[in-house]
Design a protein around this ligand. Structure first.
Ligand code: GLU
Length: 476
């Protein structure tokens, strides 16, 4: 490494939408680079053209930006180490793989798919881990002859025999493995494309990356990478393999099978990017004072990958909802109103949004809750009869609702007049408060929990309230 300043990277493959767990890793790489005044690099690893999804490269960039994060070098930004898209760097990988062959660190292999399959089958039959049997490793002349006659060849790493090799993982400490457990991995495929292993090592080295923070699912690939750094004679970066998130029910790695997991889907469901980032911060890492609500600046100040817990953490949706609610309540009402726009049902009267907001504000956990929390403010509603009769008898409903209709019909419609009319009825007749107010609430809104009753009734409007009271009468 020629630089001393911290350079981190995120290296997504454009095989689909970014997983929410990957966004947690983007955050760590971003924050650690910022903490040290370094650079955060975005590199697109698109050498597997079969798995590539159209539009994914753009979507990766868009979603990082939508979360309020940014990269210093990469697509759309440039930088001294570009291009930052691997498919534009193919010549480099070919050159590097050939260099390894010249230095006797790698070799050509012409074994056919069928032969490799047979080798693997026979290994499995002997209960050995399936590995290449190294047929080509010690007969390069023969192999070159086959190539001259048109045989297709890959380049494989000449994995050293029986060596203990170590690397440092900031989260797990020193990890040592024996080189015999590592296959003579393919570096360059016969179509001239590099494998992930070759490309990632060539680029992390070539882009001067100092810290590799990536998901723990890559930990089993790291020995291969370490052997490659050694074959090239390059200094190794520091690794930190970040534990995966577990499904909210605590079972298994957070995956599509148990709900949507793309980073985009959380924004679509009305979570605020700032709340999501804050949530990622405290999953598997704690602020020195155990503070849970923290700004990006505070996180940048304190975050260190060595403090990340090696244990997988549950993606606790309840906590996320709570945290999102906290962030929503910190927003000035005007800003909240503008963020709510995509979540307001088409039929909801626009002029009522600002009036309704103060009433439901406390109960909004996600922007998407708006529709449910305001469903009773307009239009026709269903009034569940069982709720109406939960604390009241049919006679009580008949008597009391009739009295309400009478008392409300001729008043001027304001919060105070509604309140006075309703409270007077209750007091005058000595009706039980709990029973009576619950019944009025259900009759007026169809729900047993709502924002303050009189404000709500005022907003719903006189005509609609009288209609709903009549509807309730007919239902019992
Ligand atoms: N391209 C790999 C991915 O899609 C990158 C893994 C790594 O960070 O080394 O996640």
């Amino acid at each position: 490494m020629t630089t001393t300043h911290v350079r981190t990277r995120m290296a997504p493959s454009p095989t689909g939408d970014m997983h929410v767990g990957s966004m947690g890793i983007v955050l760590k790489n971003y924050a650690y680079a910022k903490k040290h005044g370094g650079s955060f690099v975005l590199r697109i690893e698109d050498t597997d053209k079969v798995r590539e999804v159209e539009g994914a490269v753009d979507r990766i960039q868009d979603i990082i930006t939508a979360y309020g994060l940014d990269w210093d070098e990469g697509p759309g930004k440039g930088g001294d180490f570009g291009p930052y898209i691997q498919s534009q760097r193919i010549d480099l990988y070919t050159q590097m793989a050939r260099e390894l062959v010249e230095n006797d660190k790698a070799y050509y292999c012409t074994c056919s798919k069928e032969r490799l399959e047979e080798v693997r089958d026979s290994m499995r039959a002997q209960k050995l881990p399936p590995k290449y049997d190294q047929r080509c490793r010690n007969q390069q002349e023969l192999v070159l002859g086959e190539m001259a006659n048109g045989a297709q060849a890959v380049i494989r790493l000449k994995t050293p025999k029986d060596q203990d090799v170590s690397f440092t993982d900031l989260i797990r400490g020193t990890i040592t493995f024996n080189s015999n457990t590592v296959d003579d991995q393919v570096l360059l495929k016969s179509d001239g494309y590099p494998t992930y292993h070759l490309a990632v090592v060539v680029d992390d080295h070539g882009m001067d990356i100092t810290h590799i923070m990536r998901g723990e699912e890559w930990i089993s690939s790291t020995p291969k990478h370490v052997l490659l750094y050694q074959a090239f004679g390059w200094e190794m970066p520091v690794f930190a393999h970040i534990p995966v998130y577990l499904n909210p029910d605590g079972k298994g790695k957070m995956s599509k099978r148990k709900g949507t997991v793309s980073a985009q889907s959380f924004l679509d469901r009305g979570y605020l990017p700032e709340a999501l980032l804050n949530f990622f911060m405290i999953l598997g890492w704690a602020h020195p004072d155990e503070k849970e609500i923290l700004s990006l600046e505070e996180y940048i100040q304190y975050f260190d990958p060595k403090d990340v817990s090696p244990k997988s953490v549950v993606f606790d949706m309840k906590k996320l909802d709570w945290m999102n609610g906290m962030y929503i309540r910190q927003l000035p009402l005007e800003e909240l109103e503008s963020k709510l726009q995509p979540f307001i049902p088409e039929e909801f009267p626009k002029e009522k949004v600002a009036l309704v907001l103060p009433l439901i504000f406390e109960r909004l956990e996600k922007l998407s809750d708006f529709a449910e929390l305001t469903s009773f403010f307009q239009g026709e509603i269903t009034i569940p009869t069982d709720l109406l009769l939960k604390k009241s008898s049919v006679d009580q409903v008949n008597e009391q609702i009739t009295a309400c209709i009478e008392a409300l019909t001729n008043i001027e419609w304001s919060i105070e007049t509604i309140e006075t009319a309703i409270r007077n009825l209750q007091e005058k007749n000595d009706w039980k408060k709990k029973q009576f107010f619950m019944m009025v609430r259900v009759a007026a809104t169809g729900k047993k929990a709502t924002p303050p009753l009189f404000e709500t009734m005022q907003l719903i409007g006189k005509e609609a309230i009288l209609q709903r009271l009549n509807q309730s009468l007919q239902q019992v």
